[in-house]
Every structure is written in C-alpha cells, then in structure tokens.
Ligand binder design. Structure first.
Ligand SMILES: Cc1cc2nc3c(=O)[nH]c(=O)nc-3n(C[C@H](O)[C@H](O)[C@H](O)COP(=O)(O)OP(=O)(O)OC[C@H]3O[C@@H](n4cnc5c(N)ncnc54)[C@H](O)[C@@H]3O)c2cc1C
Length: 408
C-alpha cells in the first residue's frame, strides 16, 4: 500500500517537504492542506519595495506553476483549514468537516501576525503584513493614503517604512522601545537605523505605545500613550508573530516557543514531524532550543523533514542567517543574537565604516549582528560552526580592520 503523507501548511517548509518526499517515494499519496487560497508564493516579496512598487511583474510572486502540483502528483487543498488532529486515530479534521487519514504527518504552520488589541484596531486602513491577500489590500491603499504609520521595530517595520517612504507617503514609525530593535540591536546599531530612516524623511517616535486607532470607520490617525496624535490613512502593524500551535497542543504534541522537535524534525508523537517557522529545534551547534523565522531555515527544515518522513535519516544543522536591507543599510544577523544573560559582546567598527556586535557564549562565538559589514558573514559563520575557543583573539575581533578570515 502506498504511504499517505499529509502536510498541513503550504508555505515553503510544507512545499519543500512535499517535493522532497516525492523524490524519495514515487508512489506515496501526498496531500498539502493550506488555509490560504493560493499555491506557493514568495512571502518574502510582499514586503520588498521592488515588488511593492511594481518594478517586477506581478506574476513573479508565484514559485510554483499551477500545473506543478499535478505533475508531481501532489494534491493541494487550498483554502481549507485543519482544525483538529487525532494522533491516535491518525487523522486530521478540516474546517469543512472533511476527515483526512494519514500515515505520516507534517505540521508546517508558519507564524501568524500578532493583532492589535486597542480601540479602533478593526478600522479600515489597519494592515498586517503576512499574506499575499494582506499585500493585495495594503498595496493599493498606499497609492491614495498620503500619510502612513508603521508600528513596531524589527525587519518588517523597517521594510514597511521603506515601502511607504518610496511610495511618497509622509511616514511615521512608532516604537515602544527606546531605540530601534532593542534589545536585539544595541544603542549604536539602533541609532544607525534610526538615522538612516530620519535621513530619508521618516519621523521616528520612540518609547510610545499606540493606544488607539482613530477615525470613524476608516482610519484617520493613531494616538499614543502620551496623547500624541499622528494623522494617517494607513497603519502597518508589525508587532511580532506567534506560532498557531493550538492544533498541536490539543493533540498532546509538546510545544514550547514552537512545536518541539528533535534534530530530525520529529515531534514527541510517532509519525508526526514539524518544520519551518512553527518548529522549535535543538540547535545542534550549541544544543539550545531555537525558533527562527527565515526563508532558508524553513526551506531546509522542509527538506530534512521530507527526507526523514520518506525513510531517510538526516539531522538539521545550519547556522541561522537573516538579512534585511534598505535606506542604504544592510543589516545581517548570523547565529544566536539574543542578548541572554550568559552572553558577552564585542563591538566592531563604527557607524562610518560599518558596525557590528559579536556575541560570545563562554569562549565561543555564537552570533553576530552586522550593519554594512556583510562581507564578514561567511568568516563569522565559519567561526560559529567550528566552535573554536576564540578567547585569545578578542582584540582582533574588536579590530574592525582585522580580516576575520585570518583567524584559525
Ligand atoms: C512580509 C514578510 C517578509 C519576509 N521577508 C523575509 C526575508 O527577506 N528573508 C527571510 O529569510 N525571511 C523573510 N520572511 C520570513 C519567511 O517568509 C518565513 O520564515 C517563511 O515563509 C516561513 O515558511 P513556513 O513554510 O514555515 O511558514 P509560512 O510561509 O507561514 O507557511 C505556513 C502556511 O500554513 C498555513 N497554516 C497555518 N495553520 C494552518 C492550518 N491549521 N490549516 C491549514 N493551513 C495552515 C499558513 O496560513 C501559511 O499559509 C518574511 C516574512 C514575512 C511575513
């Protein structure tokens, strides 16, 4: 009997898993269930200015042709949501009541955008930036809005500022922290980002929560906790995401920050794997639980899960990487950058030549934040991977002119 593979989530993790399974198992039945009504598209592009401004053809968003699913004998059930999982009976129930049995199941659920819980949050003009359908609402709105507000620091906030500003909107960024991307970025790096924004005409309001979205039906402005009112016709809310793991939790699957997996993307329940933004995995390089939202991470999770689901044996191991660019800055994060209590930091460079902060755990390099120092990414990745004791090289790490490739 052919095996029945069921994949919940049709993003890059789920689709890569399906593609990998098909390579290893030509006869298995593969079904992808996705609550979005689309085939695989580039989620990345919906916040990139060249796509937003129509500089590339709209159809470049699609990463698979419609015919691909048929050719691969992969059944895509788009616009259907999995609402219940029964691991003992090996079945999943969809929102229309359909029951799907499986032999092997993958949860590739991604993350959901955290919603505003303030008065006026449901006004027309308040947008989230996660799906193609979100994009199809905020992109046309930006053409007539004239004034826009971005709420929240981080990668999406940065990109939304650039998109609004390039669209000619008078743009205001509101962050609750004292500086941009605090505490991931230190003050020097945060101020570099803020200066770049301000030099391009973006107004930055720091240390303020938005307490109300104003207007009568449609958005006319936002009010912050100290009473500041900022007029706007559109607000892009980028206040973080959360993993929609209720489905897993209710089925007795271990969940922490994400759905817990071992190094092979397997969960604590037999025949159930998890991958992508929704999966928490033990980083094999440092043995720390990690949840990381990036395209390449999700793609590789999907590949490893697909291999293991179809009888192979592979462990996920990779130094994480995320980069965002705009306003003349390239901001890159390599490895573990969270400022945990057991970390120490070495600063490198300055805003004129490019600034970085290297993150150490004990004697080892575990991560780095780099602004306009992108050429150092590969040397830093190697130093993290090799897990060498670098305590004898702290002066060189701090010397912005020293070529990190020369470290042993
Ligand atoms: C605007 C934006 C810009 C980004 N830019 C970058 C970038 O420049 N570089 C980078 O590396 N990363 C970027 N990312 C992150 C990257 O897109 C994600 O890490 C990646 O898409 C995660 O893939 P995934 O398959 O794990 O999840 P997703 O792509 O989120 O796919 C999961 C899918 O599962 C669906 N789903 C969830 N629950 C259910 C259910 N119960 N039933 C059915 N379907 C369900 C979801 O709706 C979604 O369609 C960006 C993300 C966003 C939102």
């Amino acid at each position: 009997m052919p095996l029945r593979y069921l994949i919940i989530g049709g993003g890059v993790a789920g689709t890569t898993a399906a593609e990998t399974i098909r390579k290893n198992d030509p006869v298995g039945e593969i079904t992808i269930v996705s609550d979005e009504p689309h085939r695989l598209y580039s989620r990345i592009m919906i916040s990139k200015p060249h796509y937003f401004l129509g500089k590339v053809p709209a159809e470049h968003i699609w990463l698979k042709k419609e015919s691909w699913y048929g050719e691969q004998k992969i059944s895509l059930m788009a616009g259907k949501r999995a609402v219940r999982l029964d691991p003992d009976g090996k079945k999943v129930v969809l929102d229309d009541g359909t029951e799907l049995g499986y032999d092997r199941l993958l949860l590739a659920l991604g993350v959901c955008a955290r919603r505003w819980k303030i008065p006026g949050a449901d006004r027309k003009g308040v947008y989230y930036v996660r799906t193609l359908d979100d994009f199809r609402q905020y992109q046309p709105a930006s053409k007539v809005a004239r004034q826009g507000v971005v709420v929240g620091g981080g990668a999406i906030g940065f990109e939304m500022c650039e998109m609004m500003s390039l669209s000619g909107l008078e743009t205001t960024l509101i962050i609750r922290e004292g500086h941009y991307w605090d505490p991931v970025l230190d003050q020097t790096a945060g101020q570099m980002v803020e200066s770049a924004l301000e030099n391009h005409g973006v107004r930055v309001i720091r240390g303020q929560y938005v307490t109300e979205a104003l207007g009568d039906g449609s958005l006319t402005g936002v009010r912050t906790e100290n009473g500041t009112e900022v007029p706007c016709r559109m607000a892009a809310v980028g206040i973080g995401g959360f993993c929609p793991h209720v489905l897993a939790e209710e089925a007795g699957i271990a969940v922490n920050w994400g759905i817990r997996t071992d190094g092979k993307m397997g969960t604590n329940r037999p025949d159930i794997w998890a991958a992508g933004d929704a999966a928490e995995y033990d980083d094999p390089i440092f043995g720390e639980p990690t949840v990381f939202g990036s395209w390449s991470n999700a793609q590789n999770h999907g590949r490893v899960a697909g291999i293991n689901m179809s009888g192979g044996d592979e462990t996920y191991s990779r130094v994480t990487f995320y980069a965002v660019s705009g306003f003349g800055l390239n901001i890159a994060f390599v490895g573990k950058v969270a400022p945990l209590p057991d970390r120490t930091f070495v600063s490198r460079g300055n805003p004129e030549v490019g600034y970085g902060r290297l993150v150490l755990k004990g004697n080892r390099l575990v991560g780095a934040q780099l602004i306009n120092r992108t050429p150092e990414v590969s040397a830093i990745t190697r130093l993290i991977e090799t897990r060498k004791d670098i305590s004898g090289h702290l002066d060189q790490l701090a010397d912005a002119g020293f070529d990190l490739k020369r470290l042993p």
